[in-house]
Design a protein around this ligand. Structure first.
Ligand code: HEM
Length: 482
């Protein structure tokens, strides 16, 4: 308490909302209100690169601070707000990768990290292709569709295939299956709501007493993961080798090799974290990308021209392969620009300043203070991204000289930075670079309501949930639905 009071006193020079100096309840309430991300951007515009959001909490909007906060020597540990992302299943805390402490995380990385590297991507291309093909076929039957909904179903379908080699039929149904989508949304919502008050989260939601009082059933995501785990273990005892190297199999093989290190609980935790972290993030990003393309027809035409030319000169096939799509510069620029202007994560990338303190944006911040780069504000930095930083303009990634491009990449925080950067980043790129071209090759899309402004309608949870985005979908002249 004394340390907190001292650190709080030492932060007195950092501007911010008055009430936030004294209590985290200010942030707790503010995060639950509409437009939280935009409010943070506005606060940084008003107060500068440092904004005090709590007695011991500082939001940072300074690209130069990224290597300091997310550097690796030493690694700054994650802030208490990540406790909101930890899930409790049947009264036990399930290890959740994003909320893990450093020691546990290093161990998990050792046992499972290689399954997320570029070398493993080949194992995931086929399941992603299967889901993408299904999405195209289903959309071809729908002259209008809420694309945000279909992409949410699609992204969950992808993860079910990657994790368990099974599609539970999300895309065909165009809706939730067994409450799994709802469970992922509930987890992000919980995190978004409770991040500012981890102590209260424990007391009211995660303590043994809270568990007894609430008597909540198990999460559908935990149930489906457990069901798959037991099924696979049963199958493994009768048959020698499964036919597909999905994530579950990779983890079980790891367990067979190191039975003392990898427990069933850990496997469940990593699988659930992967599904939880990878579904709505990718879905939302793709939905905002399509929305931004509809709002910017010149960018759509350029992207379609890049794809048509590549198809014509034989460097692209239908369906496209990963090596092919990974060489398309405008495709990459569109996706990066979309993630720059609408970074899907709205949780704070909070880290704890180590003992001894640090200088951030020219100000000394004492050890123990929680700091985090505010992604939206950093992405709007005009020194890095230009005076038109607020505009969606994919060309900026292609026009920049080497030096500027390097600075733009370093300030790009959509997947975070440093040791705890997104584990699924390569899978996310594979998924998005496979899906967007196939959609654009086959369809012309336009907003049913061309005046729709998703910024005003998005729901801020731990991620920025898009509202329904209804699109008119027409097959292109040369479309060859596969
Ligand atoms: C466009 C898609 C995605 C975006 C923008 C995104 C973004 C992020 C961000 C910002 C973090 C937070 C790191 C931090 O708190 O500092 C993260 C963590 C994580 N992501 Fe992603 N993600 C995406 C897709 C995926 C996919 C497809 C998977 C899995 C297949 C995945 C798995 C994870 C995991 C397991 C973590 C926890 C990492 C850790 O704490 O070490 N993500 N992601």
């Amino acid at each position: 308490v004394v340390q907190l009071a001292v650190s709080s006193f030492k932060l007195r020079g950092i501007p911010g909302p008055f009430a936030a100096r004294f209590t985290d309840v200010w942030r707790f309430r503010a995060m639950r209100s509409k437009g939280w991300s935009e409010r943070l951007v506005a606060l940084h515009k008003k107060h500068g690169k440092l904004v005090r959001l709590g007695p011991n909490h500082v939001s940072v909007s300074d690209p130069a601070a990224i290597p300091v906060i997310y550097g690796t020597s030493p690694v700054w540990v994650k802030g208490p707000s990540y406790y909101g992302a930890a899930t409790v299943s049947k009264g036990r805390t399930v290890p959740s990768v994003i909320a893990m402490g450093e020691t546990q995380h290093t161990a998990v990385r050792k046992s499972a990290g290689r399954h997320f590297t570029t070398n493993s991507l080949l194992d995931y291309e086929e399941p992603i292709q299967a889901a993408t093909t299904e999405l195209v076929r289903v959309l071809a039957r729908n002259p209008t569709a809420d694309i945000a909904n279909y992409l949410q179903c699609f992204a969950m379908d992808v993860l079910m295939r990657i994790a368990f080699s099974e599609s539970l039929g999300f895309i065909e149904k165009g809706a939730d299956v067994d409450g799994i989508l709802a469970a992922v949304v509930a987890r992000f919502d919980h995190w978004g709501h409770w991040a500012a008050l981890p102590g209260a989260d424990y007391l009211f939601n995660k303590s043994a007493l809270a568990g007894k009082l609430r008597k909540k059933g198990d999460s559908p995501l935990a149930s489906v993961s457990m069901e798959q785990l037991l099924k696979r273990k049963g199958a493994m005892s009768t048959t020698e080798k499964p036919d597909r190297m999905d994530l579950l199999q990779k983890f079980l093989d790891g367990q067979a090799k190191y039975p003392d290190i990898v427990s069933d609980d850990q496997i469940l935790g990593i699988i659930m974290s992967t599904i939880g972290a990878g579904a709505d993030t990718t879905a939302g990003t793709l939905a905002y990308t399509l929305y931004l393309l509809c709002k910017n027809p010149a960018a759509t035409q350029k992207l379609q021209a890049e794809l048509d030319n590549a198809l014509a000169d034989g460097t692209l096939t239908n369906p496209p392969t990963w090596p092919q799509v990974n060489k398309l510069p405008y495709l990459e620029a569109v996706l990066k620009e979309s993630m720059r202007v609408v970074p899907i994560a709205s949780w704070g990338l909070d880290r704890v300043v180590p003992a001894g303190g640090a200088t951030i944006a020219g100000t000394y911040i004492p050890g123990g203070t929680v700091v985090g780069c505010q992604i939206d504000s950093v992405h709007l930095d005009e020194d890095i991204y230009g005076r038109d930083a607020a505009a969606f303009r994919p060309e900026r990634w292609l026009e920049a000289d080497e030096d500027r491009k390097r600075r733009m990449d370093r300030a790009f925080l959509a997947f975070s930075a440093g040791k705890r950067t997104c584990t699924g980043i390569h899978i996310a790129w594979l998924e998005m670079k496979k899906t967007l071209p196939l959609l654009m090759m086959n369809f012309d899309m336009e907003l049913v309501n061309p005046g729709q402004d998703v910024r005003g309608e998005m729901r801020i949870s731990a991620v920025k949930y898009p509202p329904p985005i209804w699109m008119r979908i027409r097959q292109r002249e040369n479309a060859s639905i596969i």
